[in-house]
Design a protein around this ligand. Structure first.
Ligand code: NAP
Length: 334
């Protein structure tokens, strides 16, 4: 197939560091233009990234007739507004996580998708990494028996008060930023939606954003997720899946560097010193590249997206329920 022509909405860090290089290194896409609120910044990033055109407004990017697909890495509070505008301009959209600030506002994307006939996908790159596809296959084939509990943490220190993650009005906070990953991977592994959610939230007294959020989800049949997410703790990420016949550990579950291989550990629990563990290694891959190539193929109708926008909204409902629970002090239904 000819390459899908992408436009990049803003000079966001994640675009510059990960997604632009991934589209450019991939087989199915090319980038024609990048836009910024600041024309000078857009031109400088275009030159730095080898992108032919730059625009000093997001509107100008959406008006570019050559562009078929938009990558939207704006701050969280702008995801819905600009994704809907892009769909209405006749572009497919790959939108960063979390898809919205709540499930109700995300519904506008479904309406715009159906109105435009274009596709919109949430950029959860983790599900494209072969380690997660392998973990799900192992769970489904019963390698560790019946899975009862998934434990996870995703934490890092973000102390810059001006960063979008520390701005309440931009959709900052730990749950939106990193807590969404344990949720999406638990839903992926259990292949189901949680029935109940409960959370404990510590908010920054000045900025109001949640700094440390822990939560539990109850899945049908007794499956559990127990997780912590934080913007004020040392860098750490881990998933451990506990089953009746063993456990699977994913040591670098969410952001494995593309230059490094990863591993998962499967252990029956026959000994506590790890001698009963089997390690499976994975070659280095760029999960962003896999995500963008699959999105491009789906946009052209040459691949099926396993996770349509309705899945993103289901994830959002869980986040909504956790924030509600932090207020009510009770279990809440997504
Ligand atoms: N999938 C992943 O691995 C991953 C990793 C990190 C972040 N993310 C997601 O990507 C998104 C962006 O995160 P980031 O860390 O890359 O953010 P960032 O570097 O702060 O970039 C956000 C960009 O949005 C534009 N923008 C428009 N209105 C803005 C406003 N009022 N304030 C600040 N910026 C504004 C700016 O671009 P211009 O100045 O050029 O207009 C800015 O560069 C978030 O939704 C985040 O959750 C995903």
């Amino acid at each position: 197939m000819s390459k899908v022509v992408w436009g990049i909405l803003s000079t966001a860090n994640i675009g510059i560091k990960r997604v632009i290089p991934a589209i450019q290194a991939g087989h199915r896409g090319m980038i024609a233009a990048i836009a910024s609120r600041d024309a000078g910044k857009a031109a400088a990033m275009a030159a730095r990234c080898g992108i032919p055109r730059s625009y000093g407004s997001y509107e100008a990017l959406l008006a570019d007739p050559e562009i078929e697909a938009i990558y939207n890495p704006l701050p969280n509070h702008l995801h819905v507004e600009w994704t809907v505008k892009a769909l209405d301009a006749g572009k497919h959209v790959l939108c960063e996580k979390p898809i919205a600030l709540n499930a109700a506002e995300a519904q506008a994307m479904v309406v715009a998708r159906d109105r435009s006939g274009k596709q919109v996908i949430e950029a959860f790159m983790v599900r494209h990494h072969p380690q997660w596809q392998r973990v799900r296959a192992l769970v489904r084939e019963g390698r560790i028996g019946t899975v009862r509990t998934l434990q996870s943490a995703f934490t890092f220190p973000m102390r810059d008060p001006n960063n979008v993650r520390n701005r309440l009005e931009y959709g900052g906070g730990a749950l939106y930023d990193v807590g969404c990953y344990p949720i999406v991977t638990a839903r992926y592994v259990f292949g189901a939606e949680p029935e109940r959610a409960i959370a404990l939230v510590n908010r920054d007294s000045e900025r109001g954003v949640d700094q440390v959020t822990s939560g539990m989800l109850a899945f049908p049949g007794g499956g559990q997720l127990v997780f912590s997410s934080a913007l004020q703790l040392a860098l750490y990420q881990r998933v451990v899946i506990l089953g009746t016949e063993g456990r699977i550990e994913v040591p670098v579950p969410f952001t494995p560097p593309k230059e490094q291989g990863t591993r998962i550990i499967i252990d029956t629990g026959a000994s506590l010193d790890g001698s009963s563990a089997v390690v499976e290694q994975f070659e280095p891959v760029d999960q962003y590249l896999l995500q963008c190539d699959l999105a491009a193929a789906a946009f052209r109708g040459e691949a099926t997206q396993e996770f349509p926008i309705e899945d993103a909204i289901a994830n959002m409902r869980v986040i909504d329920a956790l924030y509600r629970s932090a207020e009510s002090g009770h279990w809440e239904q997504p």
